[in-house]
Design a protein around this ligand. Structure first.
Ligand SMILES: Cc1cc2nc3c(=O)[nH]c(=O)nc-3n(C[C@H](O)[C@H](O)[C@H](O)COP(=O)(O)OP(=O)(O)OC[C@H]3O[C@@H](n4cnc5c(N)ncnc54)[C@H](O)[C@@H]3O)c2cc1C
Length: 264
């Protein structure tokens, strides 16, 4: 079995996809829609794809991006330009072809209402996919945190699928002033689960909050990745398991982990 056949037997797509649409939704942050495939249409919230950028001179290491939405027609990805990989992506146009591998990793599983969703900055992207699955459920609340109003995105899209959406910003320029953990503390009712994605300090403080309040928490972690398929061990994080600490791979065992077990 060659590597491509092995990937497809594992229900992972590997090949070219067409850019259906690409838009800068806020300065430096882009929404790109690519054509889907049978495997990509079965993606779960929290899973990611690997995009293989081609610069003018050479192909560089793949870059992981969370799946912000997926169906039989399109896959949506939201990314912020940071370095050469995301710069390449930002230069794509409608009709271009890009190399994609996915869906990869383990997403948010066993999410039962009532649940609190917490997204910080770009971390809101995979939560949109999850929010759509929990669509219009009274028992689901979402807190979105951004640095300021200029960085906020997708708020109307979230409001179209969820009734209880709260926004906060560090400087109070949109929604209430403050951070995601503080807002979660204000709005919590009888929820017993938090699903969170965002910067590591936010995930750390939310996990401490969940522990103090005897809640479960699932956090989506980011680490720099090499192979994306579990072989290179480049993306390991420390996890408490069976009374000891061990390393687990963000690309394979994650990116979504039990936040109470992560050694932050
Ligand atoms: C599972 C997973 C899902 C992700 N989903 C998204 C997403 O939906 N949208 C999005 O914009 N980004 C996402 N990221 C981060 C994204 O992969 C990096 O921003 C991207 O690889 C940067 O590539 P680059 O070539 O543009 O920058 P580089 O030139 O490689 O790096 C530029 C800067 O970005 C930092 N950086 C690079 N990779 C990462 C990383 N994995 N995590 C944190 N910082 C990094 C570097 O330290 C450096 O400061 C995700 C990362 C992981 C692991």
């Amino acid at each position: 079995m060659n590597s491509r056949e092995k990937l497809s037997s594992e229900k992972i797509f590997f090949g070219l996809r067409e850019v259906i649409n690409i838009n800068e939704i806020v300065k430096g942050t882009f929404l790109v829609e690519i054509s889907s495939s049978a495997q990509l249409s079965k993606s779960e919230p929290g899973q990611f794809v690997y995009i293989i950028p081609k610069t003018q001179k050479r192909t560089i290491l793949p870059r992981p991006l969370c799946i912000a939405d997926a169906d039989a027609d399109t896959v949506k990805l939201i990314f912020k330009v940071k370095g050469k990989g995301t710069l390449y992506l930002s230069g794509l146009s409608k009709g271009d072809k890009i190399s994609v591998m996915g869906p990869l990793g383990k997403g948010f599983q066993a999410v039962k209402e009532p649940v609190l969703l917490a997204g910080g900055g770009l971390g809101a992207a995979p939560l949109y996919f999850l929010a759509k699955k929990l669509r219009n459920n009274e028992k689901t609340s979402l807190v979105l945190g951004f640095k300021n109003k200029d960085e906020a995105y997708f708020i109307n899209e979230f409001k179209s699928v969820l009734r209880n959406v709260f926004v906060c910003t560090d400087d109070g320029s949109l929604g209430s002033r403050g951070n995601v953990t503080g807002k979660i503390g204000e709005i919590i009712r009888d929820e017993k689960i938090i699903c969170a994605c965002g910067p590591r300090p936010m995930l750390k403080s939310l996990s401490a909050f969940a522990g103090e309040n005897k809640m479960r928490i699932f956090v989506s972690l980011e680490e720099r990745m090499g192979c994306g398929m579990g072989a290179c061990l480049g993306c390991v994080v420390k996890i408490r398991a069976g009374g000891k600490e061990e390393y687990q791979r963000v690309c394979k065992e994650g990116p979504v982990f039990d936040g109470l077990k992560v050694v932050f």
